[in-house]
Write a protein that binds this ligand. Structure first.
Ligand code: NAP
Length: 232
């Protein structure tokens, strides 16, 4: 089974709610399944806030990371036009193959508008997103990887029309029952059928968790890092 655990996941045993469990299909490894509960559910959840994605223009910041790579694929699968935003040219690798129509380095404050912007870099990237959303579009803020506060031009935002900024926290969604077994099973089936690729860049024993965290903080991981406990 795969499961979302409310903290304490780096352990040999952890209690989980039955509504946060789903079977792992035979085609899916434990390591791959382990990537789905947080990053996969977050990508699924934030995209759902955009309504119908068909032909909509979707920008995804942090696209080279764990959530980003899932979001790029799921948005492409839903027939959106996907702009993947990365921090540096070397982080572009593989994103077009996953379904990005274009890849840009950093979200500029000026440029074409997007119907949905999935924003997790924070700081000036969130400010740029608020200036690039379409008149009826949505900015979903769900991360602040830069750890920077955001200043933005409020007038420039509300004078566009009726854009929306929404927050999203996957923990709340799971604890309040808006996400759970059905969505975990959906992701696992997408992976089993080959429609969703899981990119694991680093697998280390949980005793080496510090090295994985360092690699993530240094922006060296393409996709997911996985910690293993015992033999899988
Ligand atoms: N709200 C929720 O429920 C929820 C759930 C899961 C994750 N999150 C948040 O969502 C974000 C992405 O999570 P993840 O698991 O995908 O993380 P990740 O795999 O570490 O990816 C983070 C991405 O953010 C970019 N980034 C890192 N530092 C940055 C900086 N200083 N300025 C701008 N961009 C920076 C990196 O871009 P490059 O690779 O292009 O350098 C990287 O691809 C994190 O902030 C995380 O805390 C929120």
């Amino acid at each position: 089974m795969l499961a979302w655990a409310k903290g304490g996941g780096w352990a040999e045993r952890v209690p989980v709610r039955s509504g946060h469990l789903a079977p792992i299909p035979d085609e899916v490894s434990f390591e791959t399944a382990a990537t789905l509960p947080v990053a996969g559910l977050t990508a699924l959840g934030v995209l759902a806030l955009g309504g119908s994605l068909e032909r909509s223009r979707v920008a995804i910041t942090g696209a080279a990371g764990g959530v980003g790579r899932f979001a790029v694929q799921l948005a492409h699968d839903a027939a959106a036009r996907v702009t993947a935003v990365v921090g540096s040219p070397e982080r572009e690798k593989g994103l077009r193959e996953l379904g990005a129509d274009e890849v840009v380095v950093g979200l500029e404050p000026e440029g074409p508008a997007f119907d949905l912007i999935l924003e997790s870099a924070g700081g000036s990237s969130l400010a740029a997103a608020l200036g690039r959303v379409s008149p009826d579009g949505t900015v979903v803020t769900f991360g602040n990887s830069s750890n920077e506060p955001t200043s933005f031009d409020a007038r420039g935002f509300y004078r566009r029309g009726r854009p929306t900024m929404r927050g999203y926290f996957v923990t709340h969604e799971l604890l309040e029952g808006r996400l759970g077994t059905a969505e975990l099973a959906e992701l696992a089936e997408l992976v089993a059928s080959g429609r969703l690729r899981v990119e694991i860049d680093l697998v280390v024993p949980w005793t080496e968790a510090a090295s994985a965290v360092t690699a993530l903080l240094e922006r060296r991981v393409r996709g997911k890092a996985v910690l293993t406990v015992g033999s899988s």
